[in-house]
Design a protein around this ligand. Structure first.
Ligand SMILES: NC(=O)c1ccc[n+]([C@@H]2O[C@H](COP(=O)([O-])OP(=O)(O)OC[C@H]3O[C@@H](n4cnc5c(N)ncnc54)[C@H](O)[C@@H]3O)[C@@H](O)[C@H]2O)c1
Length: 299
């Protein structure tokens, strides 16, 4: 199936990256969000990221202008959903919010439109069951930052049509990504492994085994990770990390997946990492070289 018209739903961290990546590869993208401010912010972020690519010599000025020209924004559901061949959902990782969005999309979408969710942990099979035609529902799990990360974890729901998997794999290659197909299971592969590691790093901090920078440096220098687990948590967003741990805990029912109380506390305080300015590090004074957040500084 040829994908001509694409809608990205949700203009946050992931939505703007997904829109940017498709637009850069010549696709016409409609970016939909309920919040106009989020759409404006997304366009600013995309422009800033394109400028960075331009400065590094990765794209030309012409491509930058073409890319920006390929993106339109809307807050109107009918416009967003009724003409699309593919809708990629990237709204907040909250089951109730996603269910409502799926209902809205279902009301307007064309029969042959593919609906892909960028969910980090929710069941693609369960999301598919909300739709008339679950064969057209699939997981398309991009990594953050989307323009830079080569992987798309493609998740096959129980009823996903093999032809839809083929279409999504072909499409992922067209935008220069590597698709890897996995079965529908809590956390899929990437987050089932990465997020419990982050949770364990938070427990290690909470138990006073070591401090923020030391924990990150141990994993960077000793394990060859490009980013420490606490830095990574701030980068992903602590709310997203908590939501994923909660799904793993609920679905597997094992105590090893219980979210750290410190993770819960930071989310309750609104310290979600880079997107709010404070998490394990404080990004408010120097975004690129953050200091350890006041609460975690050692005397
Ligand atoms: N942050 C990551 O590193 C990461 C990585 C992979 C996948 N994901 C997944 O991507 C999805 C989005 O995550 P994010 O980090 O971009 O979140 P975010 O909080 O940055 O953005 C969410 C966006 O959804 C919008 N939204 C909320 N309700 C909506 C609705 N009813 N209709 C339309 N838009 C609505 C919000 O206005 C916001 O712009 C989640 O499912 C998350 O699990 C996140």
């Amino acid at each position: 199936m040829k994908i001509k018209q694409l809608t990205v739903v949700g203009a946050g961290t992931m939505g703007n990256g997904i829109a940017h990546t498709f637009a850069q590869h010549g696709f016409s993208v409609l970016l939909y969000d309920t919040a106009t401010a989020q759409l404006d912010k997304a366009l600013q972020t995309i422009a800033k990221n394109l400028n960075r690519q331009l400065q590094k010599g990765k794209i030309s000025e012409v491509l930058k202008i073409e890319c920006l020209g390929n993106i339109q924004t809307t807050t109107e559901k009918e416009r967003a959903f009724s003409q699309a061949d593919l809708i990629i959902e990237a709204v907040s990782e909250n089951q109730a919010v996603k269910k409502q969005v799926f209902k809205d999309i279902e009301h307007y979408r064309k029969n042959n439109c593919i609906l892909a969710s960028n969910t980090s942990s929710l069941s693609i099979t369960a999301l598919g069951a909300l739709c008339k035609n679950p064969a057209k529902v699939i997981g398309m799990h991009f990594m953050n930052p989307v323009p830079m990360m080569p992987l798309v974890e493609v998740i096959q729901g129980h009823d996903t049509d093999p032809e839809v998997i083929d279409t999504i794999c072909q499409l992922s290659k067209q935008i220069n990504k590597t698709p890897l197909v996995v079965s529908d299971a809590p956390g899929f592969v990437a987050n089932r492994i990465a997020i419990p590691m982050i949770n364990e790093a938070i427990e290690t901090l909470l138990q006073g085994v070591s401090c923020v920078e030391e924990i990150d440096n141990i994993m960077k220098l000793g394990m060859g990770h490009p980013m420490g687990p606490l830095q990574l948590a701030d980068f992903i967003g602590l709310d997203i990390c908590l939501a994923i741990m909660e799904v793993l805990h609920q679905e597997f029912g094992q105590s090893k997946y219980a979210p750290s109380v410190l993770l819960r506390k930071l989310v309750a305080a609104g310290h979600l990492g880079r997107k709010t300015g404070i998490g394990f590090y404080n990004y408010t004074k120097d975004f690129k070289n953050p200091s350890v957040a006041r609460q975690f500084q050692t005397p």
